[in-house]
Ligand binder design. Structure first.
Ligand code: SPV
Ligand code: MG
Length: 283
């Protein structure tokens, strides 16, 4: 899966050939200009993922953070996601408000296993579509609690009905993930987010039995770099001319917005499309 943060980036993930989209909490919050600390409310995230869902036809897994509260808040989010055709949600076993796992030197408090198990069970109980996926993410490694705790939590979450376990690691090598996979009895699929150990090739993870890899924040970081370059070029040169080769054409923007479908629809529904101004009035 590749991470996306809005309708446009989600569509780009689908066009690139990925089978599913990670609606990244970090990327969504950053694109809103806020921190990955639940500063965006859950309804604001829901609205964003609704645009992503409308713009695409492949499954979306929403990064649901901690579920925005207790079991009741988490299961209400599940219902709202199903209504918006989102394929699944991932909840992590940290406390609310969460902190991004990749920020250096942060302490991460985890909730009690029982509490998180309740959240998973409530989420599975409320879903109406049997294909909806609830992914349980353990931050045991991120919190420095080690392999035994990671396995204990993963087993408990799987027994509670989680469709997959996301094991997060911020180690610079795949060491923690390899040790986990060595002990894991494969009772359900394992997902990883190898941002910190991104140099390890996908085939290595395939060999050790990982089912899904999430490249979580690459489109966000790509867009930041390009926007910074183009903004500073235009400011310095006082004209966009020299930087035209760094940007897409407006036709490409219109294509990604799905303009073609609207033009076709106008042919069907507007008597004289040339005179159509969008609000039904004549130009
Ligand atoms: C995200 O993309 O928001 C994630 C992955 O949760 S991480 O940033 O590594 O926590
Ligand atoms: Mg996140």
């Amino acid at each position: 899966m590749l991470g996306a943060h809005d309708g446009l980036s989600a569509r780009i993930v689908e066009e690139a050939g990925f089978k599913a989209i990670w609606a990244s909490g970090l990327s969504i919050s950053a694109s809103m200009g806020v921190r990955d600390s639940n500063e965006a409310s859950w309804t604001q995230v829901l609205e964003t993922v609704e645009f992503m869902s409308d713009a695409t036809s492949i499954p979306i897994l929403l990064d649901g953070d901690t579920g925005y509260g207790n079991f009741n808040n988490a299961r209400r989010l599940v219902s709202k996601l199903e209504q918006r055709n989102v394929a699944g949600v991932c909840f992590e076993d940290k406390t609310f408000p969460k902190t991004n796992s990749l920020i250096n030197n942060r302490n991460h408090d985890l909730v009690r296993i029982d509490d998180f198990v309740g959240k998973i069970r409530a989420s599975k109980d409320i879903q109406k579509d049997s294909d909806f996926c609830v992914v349980a993410r353990t931050e045991a490694f991120v919190a420095g609690l080690g392999l035994a705790e990671a396995l204990k939590r993963a087993k408990a979450y799987s027994n509670a009905g989680a469709d997959a376990i996301l094991v997060h690691s911020i180690h610079s090598t795949q060491m923690e993930i390899s040790s986990f996979m060595n002990e894991w009895d494969r009772r359900c699929p394992v997902i990883i987010v190898p941002t910190r150990y991104a140099s390890v090739h996908t085939s290595t993870f395939e060999q050790i039995g990982v089912s899904i890899i999430i490249w979580a924040n690459y489109l966000l970081r790509a867009s930041i770099k390009q926007m910074q370059k183009v903004a500073s070029d235009i400011f310095k040169c006082r004209t966009p001319q020299p930087t035209e080769s760094n940007i897409v054409s407006l036709d490409e923007v219109f294509r990604l917005q799905g303009l073609e479908e609207l033009l076709e629809a106008e042919k069907r529904y507007v008597l004289n499309p040339q005179n159509f101004s969008g609000d039904g009035s004549k130009r």
